[in-house]
Design a protein around this ligand. Structure first.
Ligand code: ADE
Length: 250
């Protein structure tokens, strides 16, 4: 049976996934806890990604080499860049770019040297299945979130977007940087700190990859406001519900 790797960016998300797995066993590799077990009858290995491109790439490499996962799904939060990527929406990546990669003039800006590309595509079938699961979950937020969170974060009609996510080793928390990213990468829907690195590792191993991110902030001067509460009360609940819905129907 196919082994599915789940990388969660946040402790709360991983804790929710582990609570849903009946039989997980901890295996410690490279200072990380990998949780091997089952979820909705699938073989699953769940792990905290850790933060930033290098840490997440190491976690992904161990999942691929040691645990032989056949597909890798990343869940977490992201900052919204495109005007329509609003707090509480979910973005399913079709491709990812490292926005802080720049080996110019030797290579074009964003291109990863020796890969001949800047953009790392996700697996279309996997991404489509996750987008369908996300649409199902977001069609009724009240089933997954508390009434106070829905009111405080204005989550009455959240939407699912599919498109480009950009990754870099910076938490984007100024309007100036957000605008600069939108200017130089106009297709980018959202920004985070790991996805494009994990996509690169998955390309190296020929393993299907998908990324699902809940928009937690607008990557602007207010980006820190209520971040932890949003992760706890919204993003980690969406992640759990989306993964559960996806695995149940896979
Ligand atoms: N993850 C969530 N919000 C983010 C932001 N504004 N920048 C980078 N990563 C993020």
């Amino acid at each position: 049976m196919a082994v599915i790797g789940i990388m969660s960016a946040m402790h709360e998300e991983l804790a929710a996934v582990l609570a849903a797995m009946p039989d997980e066993q901890r295996v410690r590799v490279a200072e990380r806890d990998f949780w091997v077990g089952h979820w909705h009858g699938h073989d699953v290995v769940a792990v905290l990604s850790r933060i930033g491109k290098v840490a997440a790439a190491t976690t992904a490499t161990v999942l691929l080499e040691r645990f032989k996962v056949d597909a890798l799904v990343f869940t977490g939060a992201a900052g919204g860049l495109a005007p329509h990527a609003q707090v509480g929406d979910v973005v399913v990546a079709t491709g990812l770019v490292q926005h802080d990669m720049d080996a110019s003039p030797l290579f074009p800006q964003y291109e990863v040297p020796l890969y001949g590309r800047a953009r790392f595509d996700t697996d279309p079938a996997l991404s489509q299945a996750l987008a369908a699961a996300a649409s199902q979950v977001l069609s009724d937020p009240a089933q997954h979130l508390g009434a106070q969170a829905i009111a405080d974060f204005h989550l009455l009609s959240p939407r699912v977007h599919q498109g480009l996510i950009v990754s870099g080793d910076r938490f984007v928390s100024t309007t100036a940087e957000s605008q600069a990213l939108q200017h130089s990468l106009p297709d980018a829907l959202a920004v985070e700190m790991e996805g494009a690195a994990v996509a690169q590792v998955c390309l190296d191993y020929g393993v299907p990859f998908a990324a699902v991110r809940t928009i937690s902030d607008r990557a602007d001067d207010d980006a820190h406001t209520d971040f932890n509460r949003f992760i706890r009360e919204v993003a980690s609940r969406y992640s759990l519900a989306i993964l559960s819905q996806w695995l149940m129907h896979r």
